[in-house]
Write a protein that binds this ligand. Structure first.
Ligand code: M6R
Length: 616
């Protein structure tokens, strides 16, 4: 949460900072601000509550003198409301020093008391200003920004990425990170810092990932990274695999519309290069077969949509490998003293790779001796760096707060992993693996078919339902996590009450919610593969119909049994039962998006949320 960008080089920095912030706005949009050291050596700063457009308008009306060293911030408020004063940057040393921050400084109250007792004054309610004032005090003692910055960060507890610059040292931006993200972009005679590579990908695809508790100093000609004691450290270079156009809307009405349309590609790219002659080959996992042969238990940890991908994966991995799989919300896992042994494989799933709840759970699992594997969509992110092994999803940058294409890519990665482990353990024959692989390879084409066939009708349905106040989602087996995902997406971007239930649970309470006209989406399993499961769900439909529900069914092509009981039928192509979620979720993503559009809401930036949740 919060997006951070820094620049030093020969070019005017304002446009570079604003373009970087536009790409990072998904991380928070409560306020935005920039600070620039102008050509006369003065530090100028402008910040505004609200979205980046407010800051842009302000800068257009009252331009700031430009310069070639600058920092920029887009905020998701934690300490102090989303006001101009609480917006970043925060200044210190009589306005000569600017600081921006992502994370939470947990000991800010104690530090503030200490600084107030020394006569320092504060303008804002933020924890960040405490770091700025502390840095100002240290700078006054040494007049060396890097040394002062080091002396400051060692006093801070909690999670932070901090960037700072001082007008007496133009051409220098310093940064530090602990449990919050920071990556370096390497240009020709210029360098960049960003919360993620989106901040600078239009300028360079050469990047460096900074480790925990490290400090970086960038100048136009160089990058120096050290630890908090001042010892130089080697950092890992990487190439960004996508270009700037991948993070643009490219003519779509919203990033979410673009990203739902990219779901086929997200699955195809996650499969690419990982299937050879019907065998799953994941080069990143070379050397881990012994571990996979020995594991006795898998625990999946994640949050939100990523956790629902984990729940889908549980059905497949257990069925294929016969290893028990538990799925747990990362924030619950860590605080309940879970049983972990060296034969427990903890799989974390995270699109951003920065979700604090998940990161802390991964660290916890490692400290207690479990082996950790991360499924992640973001290169250079923290969670994969903290894990023993990584399987990247290749969904491309996901910008909309609502996670869509990353979800199908996460399920795909889990399935690849499950098939690989099943082969290693001899739980599936080569022929069985090859059959499942064929199913997986057909998924991109089938998702594209759902998008082609159902998009217009779902958008119309969503417009008819624009005034709906509550929607329920029901599913059984792998349909259950899809029901949860459908409900989450709707809550998140339309602010409508929505709940997902296991269809069998209905009679244990939720059926009391059904009243005449209550819209209920029901995910119907294939009648070909499991008539028992299918018939049970059809019975559930009848139970809610009898109580007046308006039933919208997501069912396989050709399933006529649902017709007498459904008000609307959305069709998905035929697929094996474990592969249906990858198709059934598509109408639900389209529906949530359509309803948000019908209500005139900001589809990409729903209220109160941020894409990357880097606070606990
Ligand atoms: O970046 P992550 O995958 O770790 O994010 C986890 C959740 O915060 C995320 O999936 C969230 O639930 C989405 N906004 C849902 O659409």
């Amino acid at each position: 949460m919060c997006g951070i960008v820094g620049y030093v080089g020969p070019r005017p920095s304002q446009d570079i900072l604003l373009a970087g912030l536009a790409r990072l706005e998904y991380r928070g949009y409560d306020s935005a601000g920039i600070a620039v050291i102008d050509r006369d050596g003065d530090l100028g700063m402008r910040k505004r509550a609200g979205k980046l457009s407010m800051l842009r308008d302000d800068l257009e009306r009252h331009p700031l003198a430009d310069g070639t060293t600058g920092i920029g911030h887009t905020r998701w408020a934690t300490h102090g409301g989303p006001t101009d004063v609480n917006a970043h940057p925060h200044l210190a040393d009589d306005g000569k020093l600017a600081v921006i921050h992502n994370g939470i400084i947990e000991n800010f109250a104690d530090l503030k008391v200490e600084l107030i007792s020394e006569g320092y004054e504060f303008q804002s309610e933020t924890d960040t200003e405490v770091a700025a004032v502390l840095l100002g005090r240290e700078y006054a003692a040494s007049h060396d920004l890097v040394a002062a910055f080091r002396a400051t960060v060692v006093r801070l507890e909690g999670a932070f990425t901090l960037l700072a610059m001082h007008q007496e040292q133009p051409g220098l931006v310093v940064g530090a990170r602990r449990n919050s993200p920071l990556v370096i972009g390497l240009g020709e005679g210029e360098n960049f810092l960003g919360s993620d590579v989106a901040a600078f990908v239009e300028h360079t695809r050469d990047a460096l990932a900074i480790g925990q508790d490290q400090i970086v100093a960038i100048t136009p000609s160089g990058v120096e990274v050290s630890d908090f004691t001042g010892a130089a450290v080697e950092v890992e270079p990487f190439q960004v695999t996508w270009d700037a156009s991948a993070a643009e809307k490219g003519g779509w009405s919203s990033f979410m519309a673009k990203e739902v349309a990219e779901e086929p590609e997200a699955v195809a790219n996650t499969l690419r290069g990982r299937i050879r002659d019907g065998v799953v080959v994941i080069p990143e996992l070379d050397g881990l077969d012994e571990l996979f042969a020995e594991i006795t238990r898998v625990v999946v940890i994640a949050a939100g949509t990523a956790a629902y991908a984990g729940l889908v994966g549980k059905y497949a991995i257990e069925q294929w490998t016969r290893v028990p799989v538990e799925v747990e919300l990362a924030h619950e896992f860590r605080y309940r003293d879970p049983v972990l042994t060296p034969s427990t494989l903890v799989i974390s799933i995270s699109q951003s790779g920065e979700t604090m709840d998940t990161l802390m759970a991964v660290k916890y699992a490692r400290e207690r001796g479990a082996r950790t594997l991360s499924i992640c969509n973001t290169q250079g992110a923290t969670i994969p760096r903290e894990s023993d092994a990584i399987v990247y999803t290749h969904a491309g940058p996901e910008v909309a707060v609502a996670s869509t294409k990353a979800f199908v890519a996460q399920i795909t990665a889990l399935y690849l992993l499950g098939l690989h482990v099943a082969r290693v353990r001899g739980a599936l024959s080569a022929t069985e693996v090859a059959q499942h692989v064929l199913e997986l390879e057909a998924i991109p084409r089938k998702i594209a078919k759902v998008l082609d066939a159902e998009s217009a009708r779902i958008s119309q349905l969503a417009h008819w339902m624009a005034d709906t106040r509550s929607v329920l989602f029901l599913g059984r087996h792998v349909g259950y996590p899809i029901a949860l995902e459908g409900a989450l997406k709707l809550k998140e971007i339309t602010y409508i009450h929505a709940e997902g239930f296991a269809a069998g649970e209905l009679k244990h309470g939720p059926i009391a919610l059904i009243e005449p006209g209550q819209p209920v989406f029901v995910l119907v399993p294939s009648p070909r593969e499991s008539s028992l499961l299918h018939d049970k769900v059809v019975s559930n439909i009848q139970e809610i119909r009898a109580r007046g529900a308006r039933v919208i069914v997501v069912a396989e092509e050709g399933d006529a049994a649902v017709l007498p009981f459904a008000d609307e039928v959305l069709r998905i192509p035929l697929a094996g039962p474990l592969f249906e979620p990858l198709l059934a979720v598509v109408p639900l993503h389209l529906f949530a998006m359509g309803l948000a559009e019908a209500k005139g809401l900001d589809v990409d930036q729903p209220r109160n949320l941020a894409k990357s949740v880097t606070v606990e």
